[in-house]
Ligand binder design. Structure first.
Ligand code: ADP
Ligand code: ASP
Ligand code: MG
Length: 412
């Protein structure tokens, strides 16, 4: 008998039939004697539809009202799932984030969970009731509804699992695990039986949307056993683990992540003097714009070109800042480009291997793909390339690092 937190994503609750299917799955776990807490997302497409309604009314909707709006999607699915469970004779109660006391800060649309009061959940579980919690939402200290950022239901599930010290947190989605790369882009991508937290964190932060990055951070911090599974077919899924594979099993590269949400900005001909990078980036940071990669060229004629990337949604605002400071900095010109993407190879095996970067760059060169920017850390290498090469780059790297072959990290 175990305490399990299960999360079902948008596709898994995308229709009445699918909700009934989830209800039967949950009933099955309960019949085996497990206590089950279920977190659900909104029906697939619903959150986007709600955002679309807001944008039809305002270009810059008030964040507080956005959260009142977008949190409604999950309120629908918790109620429907509870009804579906009642229909098959399983006691269940649904709760919104506020009702189950998921306390967050007040950063609307990207709130962070601060505390969870699990008393009501425990009382229900003790009585044999299935607890159903709306994903993605919480409540701040003033009673305002908040949401946790796109994909936030994953984080709700992991946070609940941590608060309840659950035996496992299971993320049910429309793929049967974490793959070497998005299987929609590379059909020969392979499911990984295991991946380390460290690698999963890199994959999520570099654009792989299978788990929200905060959910992985939370699971790592509180040691929550986390598994990604399919809600449509049975299987072992992927275990996110702190254990590293032994060196024989460990591939150099575990996966490839990519992101289209990038934009690149360049200040041309900036005077090459101390303090200039800070003078460029401070006003950008002051607008709450996060900077990702940075490249500064060597100055030959006492000037240099300074390039950085930001989230595509922030490109306009960043450009406005640069246009404003250009004169005072004495820079020659500003250029911006949002037709770019970032492709990254990730693997803890990289630590003990030389030559990964050159292998990566050669594979891209063989396809005639020009690299615009590069950044590295101990376990990843990222490049910025023209958006039109995204699929080609991901496929070429998947082949170059032989990720379709299951000679390493295979099911036992
Ligand atoms: P949910 O609605 O269940 O939260 P998401 O769409 O957020 O589902 O996440 C699942 C999707 O993540 C998959 O359908 C797949 O296209 C995408 N994905 C991206 N990278 C990977 C990867 N490395 N492994 C598996 N799925 C991935
Ligand atoms: N419904 C929210 C979204 O689409 C949260 C989630 O699905 O995890 O982002
Ligand atoms: Mg998701």
């Amino acid at each position: 008998m175990a305490l399990i937190v299960q999360k079902y994503g948008g596709t898994s609750v995308g229709s009445v039939e699918r909700i009934q299917h989830v209800a039967r799955k949950v009933a099955g776990f309960r019949a085996e004697g497990h206590a089950v807490v279920v977190v659900v997302s909104a029906m697939s497409g619903e959150t986007n539809r709600l955002i679309g309604l807001a944008q039809a009314i305002s270009e810059t909707p008030v964040p507080r009202e956005m959260d009142v709006l977008v949190s409604t999607g999950e309120q629908v699915t918790i109620a429907l799932l509870a009804m579906a469970l009642h229909e098959i004779g399983v006691p269940a109660r649904s709760y919104t984030g506020g009702q189950v006391r998921i306390h967050t800060d007040s950063a609307f649309m990207k709130a962070r969970i601060e505390a969870i009061d699990d008393a009501a959940i425990r009382t229900d579980l003790d009585a044999g009731t299935v607890v159903i919690v709306a994903g993605f939402q919480g409540m701040d200290g003033d009673g305002n509804i908040t949401t946790l950022g796109r994909g936030g239901s994953d984080t709700t599930a992991v946070a609940l699992a941590a608060a309840l010290t659950a035996d496992e947190c299971q993320i049910y989605t429309d793929v049967d695990g974490v793959y070497t790369t998005d299987p929609r882009v590379v059909p020969t991508a392979r499911r990984l039986p295991k991946i380390t937290f460290e690698e999963m964190l890199e994959m999520a932060s570099l654009g792989s949307k299978v788990l929200q990055i905060r959910s992985v951070e939370f699971a790592g911090k509180y040691n929550v056993p986390l598994r990604v599974l399919s809600s449509f077919e049975d299987g072992p899924g992927t275990l996110i683990t702190t254990e590293e594979l032994d060196t024989m099993e460990q591939p150099i590269i575990s996966g490839i992540a990519f992101s289209r949400d990038e934009a690149k900005l360049t200040l041309l001909g900036v005077p090459d003097v101390p303090g200039v990078a800070a003078r460029i980036l401070a006003p950008v940071g002051a607008k709450n714009i996060e900077i990702d990669m940075i490249v500064q060229n060597v100055g030959l004629d006492q000037t240099t070109d300074f390039t950085f990337t930001v989230h595509r949604n922030d490109a306009k605002a960043a450009r406005a800042v640069l246009d404003e400071i250009r004169g005072a900095l004495g820079a020659r010109d500003v250029i911006s480009d949002d037709k770019i993407c970032k492709v990254s190879v990730v693997g803890v095996g990289m630590r003990s291997h030389a030559g990964v970067a050159s292998q990566m760059f050669q594979a891209l060169a063989d396809e005639g793909i020009n690299i615009q920017m590069i950044s590295t850390s101990e376990i990843k290498i990222s490049v910025v390339v023209d958006e039109k090469y995204l699929e080609l780059a991901v496929r070429a790297l998947h082949t170059a690092f032989a990720l379709a072959e299951d000679h390493v990290n295979a099911d036992a």
